[in-house]
Structure formats: C-alpha cells, structure tokens
Design a protein around this ligand. Sequence first.
Ligand code: BDR
Ligand code: CA
Length: 318
Amino acid sequence: MKKIILDLDTGIDDTLAMSYVLASEDAELIGITGTYGNVLLETGVANDLNLLSMFGREDIPVFKGVSHPSNATDFAVPDSSGIFHGKNGTGNVDIPTRATRKAEETSAVDFIIDCARKYGKDELVYVPTGPSTNIDAAFAKAPDIIDNITIVMMGGSLTQPGNCNPFMEANVSMDPEASNRLFATSADITMIGLDVTMQVLLTKKETQQLRDTGTKAGTFLADMTDYYIDISEQEDPAFQGGCNLHDPLAAAVAIDPTLVTTYPINLMVETEGPSIGRTIGDPARLLSQPKNTKVALSVDAERFVGRLMERLLKLARE
Ligand code: BDR
Ligand code: CA
C-alpha cells in the first residue's frame, strides 16, 4: 500500500484532497506538510489540524514547512486566493472542530527527507498541492533523496492558459524558481496541471449528497464546496457549472495513476520577464533535454468524480 505525504496550502480543494486520501483504503496518509499559498503557512497548518480533528484523525502528524517563496523573505496572500478560498482558506466556513494539539517540532523539510530515506520511491508518494518550495528545500538539503521519492504534483499548465494571469498556474506562480529547479532534477514527477484539472468538476448536485448525510463533516464539506462553486460562477468567465477539482485529482492519481494518461516531456518554468511562472514544454524535443516530467494530458473524469464522491460520502458518514 502506498504511503502518501500531502503538502498542502489548505485551501478548499486542498481540503478535498485531504478528504480523498483519508477515505482511501488503498493508501496510507503518513503526514501532512504545510506550505503557504491560498493562505499563510500558519493558517494552512491550523486548518490541517482542525480538519484532522473533525475527521477523527489526530493520529496523523502535521509539519510546518517554509513560509515564503525560495527567493523571498516574506509572503502575502494574493487577493485572488482570498477571493477563491475565502479569508480562512475554507470558503469562510468555520471548521466545526478545534484541534487539541499543535504541529510537530520536526520541520516539513526534515520529515520529507526522513521518509524518502526510509521508504524509497516505490512506496512513498509526495503530493504537493501548493508551491514547490518545501520539496525544493528538501532536495537542496539532501540531494541523495532526489531519486527516492515519487512526486505527483498539482501545478502548471502545458496546453491551457493560466489561472492567475494568461500564463501562470497559481501554484507554480508562487515560486517559479523552485518549480524550475524541481523539473530539472531526475526525480520521478507527474504533473497534474490545468490541462486535466479543468476537465473535472463538482456541482451542487454532488454537494447536496454530502449535505444529505446530515453529519458535521458532510455539512462542512458541502458548505465549503458550495462557496467554491459560487465564487467560480461569479469570478470565472469560463465557468462550467461547477468547481474545478485541481488538488483532489492529484491525490487520486497518486493512488491510482491509471486515472490519467501522461506524456513524458522536458519541462521548465520561465523565471523572469512578462511570462514569469509559465511552464514551458518541449514536445518536439528541440532542446535534446531529458524527458524528465510526465505531464497528464487526459483524464477519465467520470471515473474520478465517481470515486471522489464515493470517498467523500464514506468519510462524511464515518
Ligand atoms: C491551485 O491553486 C490553488 O488555488 C488551488 O488550491 C490549487 O492547488 C490551482 O491552480
Ligand atoms: Ca492548493
């Protein structure tokens, strides 16, 4: 059974990713590493602790990661993140349970390094659903782990325009240098970008099923996701009738790679100029660089959304 580390900037769809893994009997969530992005690091970590308390899973450790991009000393949440995820990260819906514990003393970076050395890439899958800062710091500190960890990341876009400006996907835009360094390594990386995450949606028909459970967790998940659907309708000119399932798709692929088809490609990230943050692929192999990233280009949306709903309903009823 795969051991999963989720690296979250929690975040509405990060919460759905956490929920997915928690309800998966075919994977073990061994820890959550916190990052910044949709919210500040401290807010995201507090959300992780409170969510795990609500789900009755205070046995899962939470670790604090780096609080800002690799080339900065500070971080401010972009206005667009506050709009899409609410000020608290969970659509301004309060998590109904307060954690009685704090994050671990060990840093996220050290936890990632220890796990990579202990388990290796066949057993361990690291799933970053925020910027690449923590894994970049882990690789800088312990280069020996680069080939010891499988990475399934939510971020980037090869064939679609960006979602925070015409070029950039939000996660890669937060720390383009870190993502660029990550793609240049020999690490086993699958990129779950906007190419596939824009093809998977949750609608109010599904959130109603969660609300119908009548449980604390079901009601919370429904209210939070309805906020995401409403704000997407309000803010996104390309609204498709529901919210995109960016982070849960990465979590699902980490457990079952057959949900997507991928294409091995050389990838880099623009680190300066007007299109900073853009992920650039070389499908024609013009640069003779190693095909170091598997980019997901199609997804079995029906199978994924069905499986997500099964797992969310199971978690909500527990
Ligand atoms: C990504 O950006 C964040 O807003 C979401 O949580 C997701 O990880 C989508 O571009
Ligand atoms: Ca996220």
